[in-house]
Design a protein around this ligand. Structure first.
Ligand code: HEC
Length: 198
């Protein structure tokens, strides 16, 4: 080692670290055999959607309204207002859908303010009825669409605050005006394609 210049030593150290980092990175890739179940993937996605919606509601919508900065309004584009949390999830779902990965999510209800949010299939209707009866677990299944298999999970969307209840009950287009706190107002449908070779 004595005959090596300082530069050669630095080079050697760098080379050793690059080789070890590479082997660290390469090893797990070649060894990973486990797969994550579709149920688990849906749970992960639902956790993100739920967290984003809650944080947007509490840290943006409620906070800005309480401080008289800006309100949230359904007509947010016209009014220079914030989109409602339900509109945020719809907008982000449309954007994800437009990317073409096959992943889709949206809010639906048996008593929707808008017809577009009605269950789109027998499966979605059955799922909404199931989670309305038992909101503690999602209704899941595999649906065939255009020759592809989609895992679909429907989670209950519950009136967790008085604002859900008062806004839905007061909306002129709402077909149900007697929602109560903790009632299931609708559901979140999450759907993504499964591998073609099960
Ligand atoms: C200020 C009014 C307002 C509040 C508060 C509100 N919503 Fe909504 N919600 C709407 C509107 C308007 C839509 C329709 C949005 C669209 O699709 O353009 C909607 C849509 C929905 C839908 C889809 C079905 C439908 O009715 O069209 C569900 C489910 C839903 N909201 C649940 C909730 C829950 C749960 C809460 C509370 C955490 C909540 N909403 C709070 C106004 C509100």
């Amino acid at each position: 080692m004595r005959c090596l210049t300082i530069y050669s030593k630095i080079f050697l150290v760098l080379l050793i670290s690059v080789v070890s980092v590479n082997s660290l990175l390469a090893a797990p890739n070649s060894q990973i055999k486990e797969v994550v179940s579709a149920e688990q993937v849906a749970e992960f996605l639902h956790a993100i959607l739920e967290a984003d919606r809650t944080i947007y509601t509490t840290h943006v919508v409620n906070r800005m309204q309480e401080n008289d900065v800006v309100k949230a309004d359904e007509a947010w584009k016209r009014e220079t207002a914030l989109p409602l949390p339900a509109q945020m999830i719809t907008l982000s779902g449309l954007r994800v859908k437009s990317k073409g990965s096959g992943l889709e999510y949206r809010l639906v209800s048996l008593w929707p303010i808008y017809e577009k949010n009605r269950p789109a299939s027998w499966f979605e209707r059955t799922g909404l009825e199931a989670v309305t009866g038992d909101p503690s677990k999602p209704f899941t299944g595999v649906v065939q669409k255009n020759g592809r298999r989609y895992f679909t999970a429907i989670y209950a969307d519950t009136a967790i605050s008085d604002s859900c209840v008062s806004c839905h009950n007061a909306h002129p287009l709402s077909p149900k005006q007697n929602h109560k706190l903790n009632d299931v107002i609708g559901g979140v449908v999450i759907s993504f394609p499964l591998s073609d070779n099960p």
